[in-house]
Ligand binder design. Structure first.
Ligand SMILES: Nc1ncnc2c1ncn2[C@@H]1O[C@H](COP(=O)(O)OP(=O)(O)OP(=O)(O)O)[C@@H](O)[C@H]1O
Ligand SMILES: [Mg+2]
Length: 238
């Protein structure tokens, strides 16, 4: 399988700050479903930002589909749900507005065309929000809001979906529903998924691979091979 993502020998620090990631090697094949976990401050979000070309490594190289991540051009092929997307939730936007915004990378100027509207409908359908499309986002529950943001990421038909703690503040039932949704996307559409979560229990049965990040990659393998009970002392339900 061709590679979706390659990090080779990556070191990273923010400015003159301490090293946040050291010697990271991570190869992700197209079509893999990879969960990423680790303690707060372990470097998970930074790893994703490097993978997406949003940060430049101090050492090593990062490739997306064989191209340098920093200059990767086909941005519309990547859906990124950044951590803490609750910002702006009090804006009067409807669920549909949010998902339509996901088409902006594909259609930066002008009105949405029929294929855009179809992509939006499909994305809403996939996450089970079609009935709620006209509601204000702020009137939805946390789990429903997260699904709206996932629909936004899906609307551009990404081949790579990058989700940074999409289930923070979401109940176990909604976490399981999200796990099942991601599983279907992965199975039906062959989407490559990078999923960062503290509560990886909800996707554990679906993921082939778990990567634990604590400045370095301290584990990389099937969740079933995780040695002992991995316990995160800084685990938080914030
Ligand atoms: N913009 C920034 N400038 C300086 N330091 C940063 C910045 N963003 C993150 N850091 C630091 O880099 C380290 C890794 O942070 P990162 O956000 O990647 O961790 P994380 O594993 O995603 O944590 P969490 O589980 O809390 O989301 C932390 O020590 C953090 O304080
Ligand atoms: Mg983070």
């Amino acid at each position: 399988m061709p590679l979706a993502l390659e990090l080779r020998g990556v070191d990273f620090s923010y400015g003159q700050g301490p090293q946040v990631l050291t010697g990271v090697d991570l190869l992700v094949e197209q079509g893999e479903f990879v969960a990423i976990a680790g303690p707060n401050g372990g470097g998970k979000t930074t790893l994703l930002r490097l993978a997406l070309g949003l940060e430049r490594p101090s050492h090593g190289e990062v490739l997306l589909y064989g191209e340098s991540a920093r200059s990767f051009r086909d941005r519309t092929s990547i859906g990124y749900l950044a951590q803490r997307t609750t910002i702006g939730l009090h804006a009067p936007a409807t669920v549909r507005d949010v998902v339509e915004a996901g088409r902006a990378p594909v259609r930066p100027y002008g009105r949405l065309r029929r294929d855009d509207r179809e992509a939006v409908d499909q994305a809403l359908e996939r996450v089970g929000l079609r009935e709620l499309a006209r509601r204000r986002l702020s009137s939805l529950s946390g789990g429903q809001q997260q699904r709206a943001f996932i629909a936004k990421a899906l609307a551009a038909h990404p081949r790579l979906l990058v989700l940074d703690e999409p289930t923070t503040g979401v109940d176990v039932e909604a976490q399981d529903a999200l796990g099942a949704l991601l599983h279907r996307l992965h199975e039906d559409l062959g989407v490559t998924i990078l999923y960062v979560s503290h509560e990886f229990g909800s996707v554990e049965r679906y993921v082939e691979r778990l990567v634990l990040v604590r400045e370095r990659i301290v584990f990389d393998g099937p969740p079933s091979e995780l040695p002992g009970l991995w316990h995160d002392p800084s685990h938080s339900h914030a």
